[in-house]
Design a protein around this ligand. Structure first.
Ligand SMILES: NC(=O)c1ccc[n+]([C@@H]2O[C@H](COP(=O)([O-])OP(=O)(O)OC[C@H]3O[C@@H](n4cnc5c(N)ncnc54)[C@H](O)[C@@H]3O)[C@@H](O)[C@H]2O)c1
Ligand SMILES: [Zn+2]
Length: 688
């Protein structure tokens, strides 16, 4: 590889990794699996080692993935939180041991082997035994304060249990350290993950791909009431800063014992062993039992047991400030995800409601992670080309806790000459309209508004639980009505008559009457359901609710200007423009008019406390108020007609600030947003 080639590849890998980091750490919606991500990162690290002259500058290999997001107070860690070096390879694990043997000068090393919990890292601060604060890893130095959310976790003691044996123990003067940072992982069980995703689906919100992402998305919710409805769990395993230094724990294994004695939730099992062979044996034991654990484990964390030895080898650092990146005394051995090899019988194309054409691999059925897999996503045309996937190829299919299996790579050794390169169609597979490339994206779209497949999906979406929730109008019935030519558009639904339906089913009178009545009954559905049902790009159920609250009728929404739309809290330019664009199209406006003529008269949301002092106002809470809890303050704001938001922007009307208000208060001041204390707030809403 020439230097120029290396440079090009390095740049490409850096850009790709930055994008994946953003999606993983901030949005909790990764595009690719961890194994693929780790492979990209490894490729980059190797190129940077081979071409040191190209290694300078900002690079993802020299920083900790950053999860900090808008709307949270940032808190510095007393001791930095790091990432872990990882490997999928036994030889590399043995090399890790060899480095330590050399550094410490002994080959009889004690290790702990712990499950690597696939959750979200968090640091808890206990002061004199009391839980004071919970902070995310952030960029390693400084994270987001998620105390309110973490306190909703059942099973996490807010006070440490007094150490029973301490009474007789000569050394123990104070029962608890003045300040201790305890590190752990927040996670969701599979069953809870499935439950929440079902609710998301019914509400028409995007689904989370796996429990880790959902846990990450949940811990970053600004509304701790919502967090409390999801059963997050936590497990603790690590020591951060501690003051004063404790005599009791001088090793990872004794610290584990201390955590247990304090009544904190700990890993179900860990191994304390000597030598790398015993480590390897423990990893095998862990692999055999990990599927029975409450949390998903994606590997084993091997740590040098003795804290003194840990201090000798220290950390891998980066940059001039020598930021801690990862400990040299630990290594994560990751289990490769479940994969299987099978053959692609065909590549089919799905046309979605928006017209996006998604390629799907039709597979020779194969058993994978306990289920039979027959189809796997191929993502998009670019991905097919990049992997050079062809019909008839043997491929590796992966399912890493993710719902949709994906094709990872072609087994080139097994390719036969009959397999010809796949040509992505240039026309819609359903209506043959030439496809167009999605603006700024990778998808190919069918632009035909009358595309039968788009129409079918649109009608299904309109009738679905997430939108109008029309009784008896599921996918099969929509299909039937379309194929019999009884409907062509959404408004046609409201024009159906019992006698039109009678010929469709033998003695179908009851069915026909129920269906017609079911549709009629939804003429007055909630406005947000209708807005959601229209299928405006970018507008999910939550945005539909915001629009319904703000505009209160379809006519008002249809004529809303971009200015008004961007004013809505949480609406970016992208969403506002999508709404504008949708109503700007003649066919869409005509459809809305037709719906109204057909009797659709949606119900606007109930008026917030008429005449409430905060109607139409957005308030941000920060810090601790003298008498009101966060929940009480929120309730008062809402009863006065206001809305609570998590982050301060130009659209914020007031900031209600208590003690220890942090960055939000500063931001309010810099933007000139009025700041209220509790007394002023109570006066404003007329309670004092
Ligand atoms: N799919 C994607 O697009 C994407 C993007 C970014 C990162 N990732 C994944 O995330 C990884 C990087 O994330 P990371 O920096 O959090 O590293 P990591 O998850 O690989 O390992 C470090 C983390 O492990 C956790 N951990 C769990 N159990 C532990 C234990 N017993 N002891 C110590 N730590 C324990 C800690 O929170 C620690 O921060 C990547 O290797 C990749 O797998 C994926
Ligand atoms: Zn089409």
């Amino acid at each position: 590889m020439t230097t120029a080639q290396a440079q090009a590849r390095i740049e490409q890998l850096r850009a790709e990794l930055v994008r994946h980091d953003e999606r993983y750490y901030r949005e909790a919606r990764p595009e690719i699996g961890d194994f693929e991500y780790d492979a990209l990162k490894k490729e980059l690290a190797e190129l940077e080692t081979k071409f040191p002259e190209l290694a300078a500058g900002e690079t993802p290999t020299q920083r900790v993935g950053d999860d900090r997001s808008e709307g949270f107070v940032r808190v510095k860690h007393r001791m930095a939180m790091t990432t872990l070096d990882n490997t999928y390879d036994e030889t590399e694990l043995r090399e890790f041991h060899a480095r330590l043997v050399k550094a410490i000068g002994s080959d009889d090393l004690a290790y702990t082997v712990e499950p690597k919990i696939d959750g979200v890292a968090v640091s808890l601060t206990y002061e004199n035994g009391k839980l004071m604060r919970a902070v995310t890893r952030g960029d390693g130095e400084e994270g987001d304060d998620v105390t309110a959310n973490v306190k909703t976790i059942r099973g996490l003691p807010h006070a440490l249990k007094a150490d029973e044996k301490s009474g007789d123990d000569l050394f123990v003067t104070a029962a608890f350290p003045e300040v201790i940072e305890i590190r752990g992982e927040i996670f969701l069980r599979d069953a809870e993950f499935t439950r929440i995703n079902q609710i998301q689906e019914e509400a028409g919100e995007a689904l989370y791909a796996n429990p880790r992402n959902l846990a990450a998305g949940t811990i970053k919710q600004l509304d701790s009431k919502l967090v409390a409805t999801r059963r997050l769990e936590i497990v603790l395993y690590g020591l951060g800063a501690c003051k004063p230094i404790q005599a009791g724990f001088d090793s990872q294994s004794s610290f584990q014992a201390q955590l247990r004695a304090w009544g904190l939730p700990v890993v179900e099992k860990f191994w304390a062993v000597r030598g790398i062979d015993a480590v390897w044996a423990s990893i095998g034991e862990l692999d055999a039992m990990r599927r029975g654990f409450a949390y998903a484990t994606d590997g084993a964390v091997v740590k040098l047991d003795q804290f003194l030895q840990q201090a000798v080898v220290g950390y891998r650092g980066a940059g001039q400030a020598a930021r801690k990146l990862s400990p040299r005394w630990a290594c994560a051995y990751k289990f490769a995800p479940d994969r299987a090899e099978t053959r692609i019988n065909a590549i089919s194309l799905q046309v979605g409601r928006t017209g996006a054409v998604t390629p799907v691999a039709e597979l020779e059925p194969v058993l994978l992670a306990g289920t039979t897999v027959k189809r796997a996503t191929l993502h998009n045309a670019d991905e097919i080309a990049r992997k050079d996937v062809r019909v008839g190829d043997f491929v590796l299919v992966e399912k890493a806790g993710e719902i949709i299996p994906a094709v990872i790579e072609v087994v080139m050794a097994k390719r036969t000459p009959e397999c010809v390169a796949y040509v992505f169609p240039t026309e819609c597979p359903v209506c043959e309209t030439p496809l167009v490339r999605e603006e700024g994206g990778v998808k190919w779209m069918c632009p035909n508004v009358a595309c039968p497949e788009k129409v079918r999906r649109k009608i299904e979406h309109f009738a679905s639980k997430a939108s109008l929730d029309i009784d008896g109008l599921g996918e099969e019935v929509v299909d039937l009505l379309l194929t019999k030519g009884l409907i062509k558009t959404i408004p046609d639904l409201f024009r159906l008559k019992v006698e039109d339906l009678l010929p469709l089913k033998k003695s179908g009178e009851v069915w026909a009457t129920n269906l017609v009545n079911g549709i009629a009954a939804r003429r007055t559905a909630d406005l947000w359901r209708v807005i959601h049902g229209l299928g405006i790009p970018q507008v999910g159920a939550a945005s539909a609710k915001d629009l319904a609250r703000r505009f209160r009728s379809l006519d008002a929404l249809a004529t809303a200007g971009l200015n008004e739309l961007v004013q809505i809290e949480g609406f970016g330019e992208k969403t506002a423009e999508a709404v504008r664009k949708w109503f700007g199209e003649e066919t869409n406006r005509a459809m809305v008019a037709e719906l109204q003529v057909a009797g659709l008269a949606p119900t606007p949301p109930a008026e917030a406390a008429a005449g409430g002092a905060l109607v139409g106002k957005t308030v941000v809470l920060t810090g601790t108020l003298p008498t009101l809890s966060r929940e009480q303050a929120t309730e008062k704001i809402e009863t006065a007609g206001g809305k609570v938001s998590g982050s301060v922007s130009r659209k914020t009307h007031y900031v209600l600030a208590g003690e220890e208000a942090g960055s939000k208060l500063e931001k309010a001041k810099s933007l000139g947003v009025p700041v209220l204390d509790e007394a002023e707030f109570l006066k404003l809403i007329g309670e004092n």
